[in-house]
Design a protein around this ligand. Structure first.
Ligand SMILES: Cc1cc2nc3c(=O)[nH]c(=O)nc-3n(C[C@H](O)[C@H](O)[C@H](O)COP(=O)(O)OP(=O)(O)OC[C@H]3O[C@@H](n4cnc5c(N)ncnc54)[C@H](O)[C@@H]3O)c2cc1C
Length: 303
């Protein structure tokens, strides 16, 4: 595949940018990941549709990302086309109790829009560094709130490359999971419903909540938040800590001494380092407690 030629064909079709051999470490919060062959930052949902159509016609593999805050991209990078749903699809509008937002808007922006409008239910979103699309895929949540509590519907591109509106019920949400992890749909727009709540109360609760997060979470090193899902009725962080996993290190990847479910990139960590550390932690917890830890982060690309 001649990447420069493909990019040359794509550029006139799209409003957004098209890059070749773009390092995914620039697009993941872990700051890890090799190059994507073709990297597209679309502007508007029609751009996404045109890029997907092109990829399908040419038989190019397709990967969609949001803010890369739940992604481990392997060191060999991603073959084919990566579409980042970001600033080009990030408009937010509020009408009554409803908020409509592009899937590239960020959770803290959604929380801020709700706060300004005096709408409750979105407080949990203030501290999570994900796009709305990624948040829907992951059913992101924190502190007793999650996407499924306030989402109304999403507009997606389906497998036929057509725009389809899906209701919350159709998204089959459960803990850190949704239909969009099984279907290759691309989330483009989101609709949410809040409830009237005093602005001063929302502001105070948000401040308290952000302060609590800051005190519990490691600061200063690139990371992807929680690496493992919590097993039913338990906490992955507690299990890893009790199995003496805190501070384990492979290369520049370290299990945070502050929060055992976080792996930090202390500078030059590679995906190989992180994956090797993940295996060690899983082995440790399995040996000690007989519990299998499953990944919350999504692993993409090749070695
Ligand atoms: C410091 C920190 C704190 C965090 N705290 C929390 C927390 O409290 N609670 C929590 O739940 N998570 C937390 N996370 C994890 C992460 O922010 C969430 O999972 C977030 O929802 C991921 O969104 P994203 O846009 O970064 O998605 P990405 O990481 O880019 O992608 C995640 C998955 O969604 C897919 N995807 C992304 N966008 C789309 C789209 N538009 N259409 C289709 N598929 C898409 C990707 O292919 C991938 O499989 C934290 C992460 C960090 C770094």
């Amino acid at each position: 595949m001649n990447l420069a030629a493909l990019a040359g064909e794509l550029r006139p079709m799209l409003q957004g940018s098209v890059r070749v051999n773009e390092l995914m470490s620039n697009h993941t919060t872990w700051r890890i990941g090799g190059p994507a062959d073709i990297f597209i930052d679309p502007v508007g949902k029609e751009d996404v549709q045109r890029a997907v159509r092109y990829a399908r016609v040419k038989g190019i593999p397709l990967t969609v990302i949001g803010n890369g805050s739940n992604l481990l991209v392997r060191d060999g990078g991603i073959r084919g086309m990566v579409i980042k749903i970001g600033r080009g699809l990030s408009d937010i509008t509020v009408a009554g109790n409803e908020i409509k937002a592009g899937a590239g808007a960020m959770l803290p922006e959604l929380a801020a829009a709700a706060r300004r409008a005096g709408l409750g239910g979105f407080e949990f979103a203030a501290g999570i560094p994900g796009s709305l699309g990624g948040a829907v895929v992951m059913n992101a949540g924190a502190m007793n709130g999650c996407v499924a509590d306030v989402l109304k519907s999403v507009l997606v591109l389906d497998e036929r490359n057509e725009f389809v509106l899906l209701s919350k019920e159709e998204l089959a949400f459960s803990y850190r999971s949704s239909l969009l992890q099984k279907k290759q749909y691309i989330c483009l727009e989101t609709s949410w419903v809040g409830y009237p709540k005093d602005r001063a109360v929302i502001e105070q609760e948000t401040r308290d909540y952000l302060a609590k997060r800051k005190s519990l979470q490691p600061q200063g090193w690139p990371n992807a938040g929680s690496v493992f899902k919590n097993p039913p009725g338990d906490s992955a962080g507690r299990l890893i800590e009790a199995a003496q996993g805190k501070g384990l290190r492979v290369g520049d990847a370290e299990v945070s001494p502050k929060h055992a479910n976080w792996i930090l990139n202390l500078g030059q960590a590679t995906a190989t380092d992180v994956l090797s550390l993940i295996k060690q932690v899983q082995h440790l917890v399995q040996e000690r407690f007989g519990v299998a830890l499953h990944l919350e982060v999504r692993v993409l690309g090749e070695d």
